[in-house]
Write a protein that binds this ligand. Structure first.
Ligand code: FAD
Length: 448
């Protein structure tokens, strides 16, 4: 059977011949792993992505989430897919064994995740956002916040979002207007409007934990006056049970060009003056905390762009092998059988261009994931710092290069399918539409 998500030969080449994934098992944190455990995780990711994610990719595109009675309704296939992902442990693939994870290197968890991104970018967004929000609370939240919000996220019961953008403040977050007033019980009351919040409402989890940027009354102007708050959809009691509905309301859904299966929400915080939020870390440090999530998200967005490019490349390659059309220049005899279009020089050019974009970008994204492992597991402080600096330098490139060039790959895939590529009977136009988001969000292209 031909491979539709990514080439396992290419993946094995990257992991074991280029990036020396097995070398990581000599480090203490990964000592219990070996090539067999890595390959087993990858095999499980591939089979869940093929069985649960890929089959509803088109259906999710054709049946956008609907707004009904203040809630977002999704097609029924999304939940079993996300549940299978959770059940197999991919939400916590890189987390330690003690915390209930698989303690895989980030390189391997990213390689596993790539299969889901190729199979269904929209459905994959829900766990992706949750992983980022959970890591943010893990790094900067108090013990009580970890107990109340992080643990249920790790358990897959609560999902997460990142809520930054406002109608008048997208790229320029220093201009956000959402306010947070201290309340007498040590919590805060938030008031403001956020737009484009991915996964801002859905029926996939018991609760949704929004990581919200807002300003305190004494905030200095600009980015140094932004604080970070946890705002749950449902309040959580001290014993962990769900409490009352918080005053954060789904105002509506956006209707997008692509990535349609992910809810893009407008959220109103504090319409009734009762939106409870919890300050994360120190006041006015919110943006620097959020940058951790955004930097992780940028590597994830870059890999998402790669995988949409990759899926288009594999589809057009298969198509080019099977589509008979015309004859090669030195054999124009009309009585001979037409050749497959892969024999035409221009089609080969377009295939090779795609291959170099997607495989090059795939390598770049996995290299960044490997560097992330270096920042946490290299032996000396100096080595870890050096890896950190290199990763910081590369992060905008890992986000933006694939967003530009793997989108070009999608365009070439459409071209190879000719008129068929332009129709909705074939998946390549959806890959293009889904991928068109990537130069826009998580910091627009020019800013990167
Ligand atoms: C599908 C989707 C999902 C999203 N998900 C989320 C989410 O989960 N959470 C969230 O908070 N936000 C989310 N966003 C919002 C996204 O991050 C913003 O759209 C993005 O930051 C750009 O902001 P803007 O749309 O207001 O564009 P603007 O900031 O108005 O920018 C418009 C254009 O102007 C240019 N520009 C602006 N400023 C500069 C500058 N300083 N230098 C150079 N060029 C510049 C760029 O070309 C840019 O494309 C999402 C958006 C979409 C479409």
């Amino acid at each position: 059977m031909s491979e539709t998500l990514l080439s396992s030969r290419n993946l094995a080449f990257e992991l074991y011949e280029v990036l020396d994934a097995e070398g990581l098992t000599r480090r203490e944190r990964f000592a219990e792993h070996n090539r067999e455990t890595f390959d087993a995780a990858i095999g499980t990711a591939r089979s869940i992505a093929e069985k649960y994610f890929a089959p509803h990719n088109r259906k999710g595109d054709e049946n956008e989430p609907r707004y009904k009675n203040g809630q977002a309704i999704l097609i029924p296939e999304v939940k079993p897919a996300v549940d299978a992902f959770l059940e197999a442990g991919f939400l916590n693939a890189a987390r330690s064994f003690e915390a209930g994870g698989m303690q895989l290197p980030t390189l391997l968890s990213q390689a596993c995740f790539a299969h889901f991104q190729a199979a269904n970018a929209a459905t994959t967004s829900y766990p992706f956002l949750t992983m980022g929000a959970a890591n943010l609370i893990e790094s900067f939240g108090s013990d009580e916040q970890k107990q109340r919000f992080l643990q249920p996220m790790i358990d897959g019961r609560f999902f997460g979002t990142m809520a930054l953008t406002e109608p008048h403040a997208g790229s320029s977050l220093s201009d956000i207007r959402t306010r947070a007033e201290p309340a007498s019980d040590g919590t805060y009351r938030l008031k403001g409007n956020k737009i484009f919040i991915s996964g801002g409402d859905h029926p996939l989890s018991e609760n949704i934990v929004h990581m919200v940027l807002a300003k305190l009354p004494d905030a200095p102007p600009g980015v140094k006056g932004i604080s970070l708050f946890i705002v749950p959809k449902f309040l959580v009691n001290a014993d962990g049970s769900l409490g009352a509905r918080n005053d954060v309301l789904l105002a509506g859904l956006f209707h997008k060009m692509g990535w349609r299966g992910t809810t893009s929400t407008a959220l109103n915080f504090g319409d009734n003056g009762e939106c409870v939020g919890y300050l994360v870390g120190k006041p006015h440090h919110g943006l620097s905390y959020m940058f951790q999530m955004m930097n992780e998200a940028r590597i994830g967005v870059g890999m998402g762009a790669v995988m949409l490019g990759y899926a288009g490349y594999l589809y057009s390659l298969e198509y080019a092998r099977e589509r008979p059309q015309g004859r090669v220049p030195d054999s124009k005899d009309p009585t001979t059988t037409p050749v497959a279009i892969i024999q035409h020089a221009d089609v080969r050019r377009m295939l090779l261009t795609q291959k170099s974009y997607v495989e090059g970008a795939f390598d770049l994204g996995l290299y960044a994931a490997r560097l992330f492992d270096d920042t946490t597991t290299l032996e000396t402080e100096a080595e870890r710092k050096q890896a950190h600096e290199l990763l910081d330098l590369l992060t905008p490139i890992v986000k933006s290069w694939p967003s530009e060039f793997c989108l070009k790959a999608n365009e070439l895939a459409i071209q190879i399918l000719g008129g068929h590529g332009y129709t909705r009977e074939y998946p390549v136009e959806q890959y293009y539409r889904d991928n068109r988001l990537n130069p826009i969000h998580e910091g627009t292209h020019g800013i990167q």
